[in-house]
Design a protein around this ligand. Structure first.
Ligand code: BGC
Length: 251
């Protein structure tokens, strides 16, 4: 085990994924391990899955864990896309029971992606007022100023056109409603307009699985703020979680 390695776990709606991360490069060391998210994805069921991932990886060092939730003082406060029993969960207590004596840092999934992008990704993430958005089951947000994170923004829940932004324009909505890229891009434009009118960022960075097909929709956006694809794609959550573990970050 090198001191420049840490373990990150990304808890998502469909899979829980973990890997050892080389903190010098932001790359995975060895394979990413993925286990389907248990149903229901209660705190104990998710924690047991994380223990299994760590066992499979043979990892005994510090661990960072992302959640699709506001995480303040290691307490989860929201559960829009995860089992409702996470609301008010004391994550420090949860992991003290499942991983006794281990150092575990829990943080919001999009915040982890923002930290990772600012350190290892597009250099433009490190300067100015940047909003990084992840499009998946929901819309996650990370607000960065000169690379520093303002944690726990929840822009996916802003009301746009009478609906929560993530109910209008997440990747899951595109799939469910079988929207074409041009139709979906119109919805994303609306959401980004609401954000740019409130925040006047210098740049949007778009991530999440659908950013891999960014060439099909990013050029269709009609926002005044430049929009670029995240450099780190589906590794960002794990890498950010590992950074949190390494730095003892508990936003
Ligand atoms: C959650 C956020 C999360 C985002 C992406 C939203 O529904 O409230 O905390 O970052 O989904 O997973």
């Amino acid at each position: 085990m090198s001191e420049n390695h840490a373990f990150g776990v990304d808890v998502g709606g469909s899979g829980i994924k973990g890997a050892v991360v080389d903190l010098d490069t932001g790359e995975f060391v060895g394979d990413r391990i993925k286990i389907l998210t248990p149903r229901p994805a209660t705190p104990d069921a998710v924690a047991e899955t994380i223990v299994e991932i760590l066992d499979r990886a043979g990892w005994a060092g510090p661990v960072g864990v992302t959640l699709p939730s506001v995480v303040r003082d290691q307490t989860a406060h929201l559960a829009a896309n995860i089992d409702p029993s996470w609301v008010d969960t004391d994550c420090a207590g949860l992991f003290a029971r499942h991983l006794p004596g281990r150092e575990v840092c829990v943080l919001n999934d999009a915040d982890a992606a923002g930290l990772a992008e600012a350190r290892y990704g597009d250099e433009r993430a490190r300067a100015g007022s940047v909003v990084l958005l992840t499009f998946g089951t929901g819309i996650g947000s990370a607000l960065l100023h000169d690379g520093e994170l303002f944690p726990n923004t929840e822009f996916g829940h802003l009301i746009v056109d009478g609906k929560e932004a993530e109910h209008l324009a997440s990747a899951a909505v595109k799939e469910r409603k079988e929207l074409s890229y041009p139709k979906w891009a119109k919805r994303v434009t609306k959401v980004l307009r609401a954000y740019e009118d409130l925040l006047w960022p210098t740049l949007f960075i778009v991530g999440g699985g659908i950013s891999r097909k960014g060439h099909k929709w990013v050029p269709l956006l009609e926002n005044r703020t430049p929009v670029v694809q995240a450099k780190l794609r589906n590794t960002a959550g794990i890498v950010g979680a590992a950074m949190a573990a390494d730095q003892g970050l508990r936003p």
